[in-house]
Structure formats: C-alpha cells, structure tokens
Design a protein around this ligand. Structure first.
Ligand code: CAA
Length: 404
C-alpha cells in the first residue's frame, strides 16, 4: 500500500488550495451573509480546469485521476461547502455519469462543454415527495414517436437556476414489476420549452450556494437524449450517487480539517486562567478528536478513490466514507464552536458557518440513516455489490491524458 501522493496529485491539490486561500476565503463570509453565490465562482472554477478535473483530455477535461477529484473536493470545502457542492453535482452526479453511461455522441455534445466549464450541470432525482425513497418519484416520461414528454417537479436541486444541463430521472413504465425498474434517465437542457427553475431561500447552511427546484411541463426530450436504456434510470441514479457521495465524503474531510486548523490557531492564541487554552486538557481532547476524525475520514475517502481508479465497484466503501466523514464533520464543527466559546457563536469567526454547512451533508446524497441501513445490510448479507452493465471506467493515465 502506498499512501503517498504523486506529483500530479500534489500539483492539483496545491492549485486548488491557492485558489481557495486567495480567491475564496477572503470574502466567503460576506457571500454567506448575503445568501448569494459569488457570480465569479463558477466561471473561475471552469477557467482553472476544476470543472473537468478528472475527465479525459479528449472530452475537454484535465485528465487527472479519481483520487485527485477527492483531493480537490477536500480543498474546496476547506474554503466553503458551496464550492464542493458544485463538484458534487456538476462532476460527481452528472459528468461522470456521462463518462460512464453516455454514447460517444452524448459525450461530445454534453460532456465536452461541461468539462471545459462552458456549461454547468446538475442532477435531478429528488422530488417534493421522494427523497430517501428515490424509486417512488412521480415525474413521468411518456414516449411519443421519437420523443419523450416529461412532466414533473424536482426539488432540492443544487445549481437548479445556474445549470444548463440536467440529468433527470423519470418514470417511463408505471406498471414495471418494481418501482425502481420503471425509471429512465434523460439529459434535459434548461432552454427546452417547458423547463422552469427557481431558488430556495432561507436555508440553514450552504447559503453562498445555489439550491432550487426544476419544473418540467410537457417538455419534449428527443430520444437521443436518453441516457442508457429504458428502465435503467434507477441504476444510473445509484451509480451517479456512488460518485456524488465520494465528493461529499472528500468535502466533509476538508470541513473537518477546517475545524481542526481554525481550532488549533485559536487555541494557541486565546488565553484563560493564565495560559493559552491549548494547554487545557478538555480543549486538547477536542483537538485530538478532530485529528482522529480527519485522518479516519481521509483514509476512507482514499480507499474509495483508489477503488474507483481500479474500476472496482465501490458502493459500500463510498457509502461508508460518506456516512463517516459527514457525521464527523457535524461533530467537528460542534466541537470547534465550543473551542471558540462565545466567539464561535457569532459570524466574526468562520466556525458557526462550518456548523451550519455541515448539517446538509448528513441529509443529502443519502441521509446518515440510509447509509447506516446500507452498511448493516451489507454486513448481514442482505445486500451485495454485483457487477453493473457499465462500470465507472478504471483510470488509465494514457487514455485520460491523450488528445482526441
Ligand atoms: N449502482 C448501480 N446499480 C445499483 C446501485 C448502484 N450503486 N445500487 C443499487 N443498484 C441496483 C440494484 O442492483 C437493483 O438492480 P436489480 O433490480 O437488477 O436487482 C436496483 O438498482 C434496485 O435496487 P434496490 O431495489 O435494492 O434499491 P436499493 O435498496 O439499492 O435502494 C435506497 C434503496 C438505498 C434507499 C436508495 O433508494 C437510496 O440510496 N436512497 C437515497 C437517495 C439519495 O441519496 N438521494 C439524494 C439525491 S441528491 C439530489 O437529487 C439533489 C442534489 O442536487 C444533490
């Protein structure tokens, strides 16, 4: 086992770390307070190649591996959760699905502009009445000639009002033997007549980001925009989540690091009872926990990333990394606020933002409860990882870095 990062991985990590430190951290608190997304963030992430970081060069990307994707997400969330959320939907839940399931024509039309950062992408599974029970979704897709007519509403969609491309899961067969078998995935574009979007306001966290809804009223989607076969929509959605959850886990690891670094700095400066609070045992306990949670999360993320590089199915390992890292990012943020005392309770310091941001990730992309049940089901033998019709392709540096 080799835990060292190669030169390319370290370079990408440093590039994103510098971007976050210089261009994000100075004013992210202001954007969070305004509850607005800085309009320069998405174009800048595109310019730096972050939006296509692990997509092969021939499809407009930078050709890095899946471990680099994890490292990048960690750095982004060290700055703010909203930046990592961009990667979760644009890359994890959408671009990687196009790489995995798309036809060559779909890759050229949709993946290339996404990887170049010319178009932004989102993922539409969740609905007002279907979250954890994703197979219960009600959006319909009716086949008429060589088109599908889509009707329905998607909710809690990150980048809803910013994205140009949506990966939408809809019901094509209401009489399928089980609900999950009647779903199909489509690529819907925001300029199709009948598509409307809007933002959700008043969120606890990810306030400097974009979360909203997507409504489809008699949207005509050509057959060539269907991703995979009819009836494969649920599997595609779950495979997307294998990648999205990986980015969430990596990001949560960055949030734990943010809590640790801010707490260490503060504990070394702030004095009580005649010495820096870093010398009080109960403060040390909190710092030690954060260190433990950071390292454990990082190792779980790296294992999942390594498995992705090998092209090995990693649903269980990714779920475990997501569950552990996000649960512990909430704990780390709570402890960080406690280290800061009353100052931690105000927005003078970033830790209250970390606490608000941490909570979303134990809800989206599978609640902690769903991941708990999945882990139990794997251990009990009720669930197993079977080969898919189409796996996320193993990382092959020669192919990834070659020009078309
Ligand atoms: N990859 C490919 N196929 C998979 C798969 C995966 N990871 N997981 C399951 N499947 C396949 C199964 O093999 C099965 O195939 P067969 O019918 O051929 O046997 C099929 O999918 C159905 O599987 P199950 O009936 O066993 O369903 P499940 O138990 O796997 O799913 C569940 C139940 C775990 C609760 C699942 O519904 C789930 O994960 N729910 C949470 C959904 C979620 O995370 N939503 C967040 C979406 S994020 C969003 O929309 C907004 C945003 O912007 C972030």
């Amino acid at each position: 086992m080799d835990f060292s990062l190669n030169e390319e991985q370290r370079e990408a990590q440093k590039m994103v770390r510098d971007f976050v430190q210089k261009e994000v951290m100075p004013d992210i608190g202001e954007w969070d307070r305004k509850q607005e997304m800085n309009p320069s963030i998405l174009p800048r992430m595109g310019e730096l190649g972050i939006l296509g970081i692990c997509i092969p060069v021939r499809y407009g990307g930078q050709g890095f591996d899946y471990i680099t994707l994890g490292l990048v997400c960690e750095e982004l969330e060290r700055g703010d959760t909203t930046l990592r959320v961009v990667m979760s939907v644009h890359m994890g839940l959408n671009s990687l699905a196009l790489l995995q399931w798309g036809t060559e024509e779909q890759k050229q039309r949709f993946l290339v502009p996404q990887a170049r950062g010319e178009k932004y992408a989102a993922f539409c599974l969740t609905e007002p009445n279907a979250g954890s029970d994703a197979a219960a979704l009600q959006t319909t897709a009716r086949k008429v000639g060589n088109k599908y007519i889509l009707n329905g509403e998607k909710m809690w969609i990150s980048l809803a009002s910013k994205a140009h491309h949506f990966l939408v899961v809809a019901r094509t067969d209401p009489n399928a033997p089980k609900p999950s078998a009647g779903l199909t995935a489509f690529i819907v574009t925001s300029d199709m007549p009948g598509v409307t979007t809007g933002d959700i306001h008043g969120k606890l966290g990810v306030r400097a980001g974009s979360t909203g809804w997507v409504k489809m009223e008699n949207v005509e989607v050509p057959e060539e925009n269907r991703l995979g076969e009819e009836g494969e929509g649920f599997k595609i959605a779950m495979s997307c989540l294998d990648n999205g959850r990986y980015t969430v886990a990596a990001g949560a690891t960055g949030l734990i690091r943010a809590c640790l670094e801010e707490s260490v700095n503060y504990a070394l400066e702030r004095e009580t009872f005649g010495k820096p609070i870093a010398h009080h045992q109960l403060v040390k306990q909190k710092i030690a926990w954060m260190r433990q949670w950071y390292d454990t999360s990082w190792l779980l993320v790296m294992r999942a990333g390594w498995m992705k590089n090998q092209g090995v199915r990693n649903t269980r390992e990714t779920s475990l990394a997501k569950w552990y890292a996000t649960d512990h990012s909430v704990k780390a943020a709570l402890e960080a606020v406690q280290v800061f005392g009353a100052y931690g309770y105000s927005d003078e310091y970033p830790v209250e933002r970390y606490l608000r941001n941490s909570k979303g990730a134990v809800i989206y992309e599978g609640t902690s409860e769903i991941h708990t049940l999945m882990q139990a089901d794997y251990a009990l033998g009720f669930r197993e990882d079977r080969p898919l019709r189409c796996e996320l392709p193993a990382y092959d540096a020669e192919f990834w870095q070659a020009e078309a």
